[in-house]
Ligand binder design. Structure first.
Ligand code: ADP
Ligand code: MG
Length: 227
């Protein structure tokens, strides 16, 4: 199944108010986490009640999860057109591959690259790096252990294209239709914001984010950026 991932209209409704709320929640969360870590440390040094120590550890983990959701959510609301520069997409990919190689090795995933010579692209580098990292992360999670991640770049018409292909679990037509909706996730630890953020960033660049997936076989996500 194939379609373009478009950021859901729901997001516009949620809008600025939610972003402001998310931002405000951050500070008390940081202080809660600080005190929990203090408790955890005290229980450790004073050989306190093991059960309570375990509960404290779980609370720290849950606060971490809240922080992750807020971080992803706020990324979505940030404009990404402020600091654009002409940059080489292959360079961004190569740097990312160094970062994710460790994870690939641990998961026994083979990484294959096929990078064509590209013209530079006007981009907000950190934002594009974030998008590609989200896509690679999803690819890894779809494969869990063993598989092949193929990163391919090329020029097609007015676009510079990067495709991220995995041999993972793939998606049904219905699952593909849900992509881009805020908080849509099939993962227990997922925020469901990765693709919402990514599609917003690509659209802000005048680009297109496409998905092509077959259940049980794998997924290819294509990022098209104007030359
Ligand atoms: P998260 O990764 O936190 O779940 P995303 O927005 O990155 O959120 O992805 C949303 C959902 O889309 C995932 O939970 C998964 O069901 C599906 N998905 C995304 N990328 C892939 C992929 N490469 N293969 C299979 N499913 C995917
Ligand atoms: Mg994700």
């Amino acid at each position: 199944f194939q379609r373009e991932i478009i950021q859901s209209e729901k997001l516009a409704v949620v809008g600025q108010l939610a972003a402001a709320t998310a931002h405000e929640i951050r500070n008390p969360l940081t202080s809660i986490k600080g005190f929990l870590q203090l408790f955890e440390h005290r229980f450790k040094v004073e050989q306190g009640n093991a059960e309570i120590r375990e509960y404290t550890r779980i609370m720290v983990e849950e606060v971490d999860r809240m922080e992750k959701i807020i971080r992803d959510f706020l990324l979505m609301t940030k404009p990404s057109d402020v600091t654009r520069e002409r940059a080489d997409l292959n360079g961004v990919i190569e740097r990312l591959l160094v970062l994710v190689q460790n994870q690939a090795t641990l998961r026994n995933i083979n990484v294959v690259t096929d990078l064509a010579e590209l013209p530079t692209v006007l981009m907000h580098k950190e934002a594009i790096q974030q998008v590609l990292l989200n896509l690679m992360q999803n690819a890894f999670e779809a494969m869990n252990i063993t598989g092949t991640l193929t990163i391919h770049t090329r020029v097609e018409g007015k676009y510079v294209i990067a495709s991220i292909q995995d041999t993972g679990i793939g998606m049904t037509e219905e699952e593909v239709a849900n992509l881009g909706s805020p908080f849509y996730s099939t993962k227990t630890e997922g925020t469901g914001l990765g693709l919402t953020v990514s599609s917003k960033i690509i659209r802000e660049h005048g680009g297109i984010l496409d998905v092509q997936s077959t259940k049980g076989q794998g997924t290819t996500i294509t990022v098209k950026l104007p030359k």
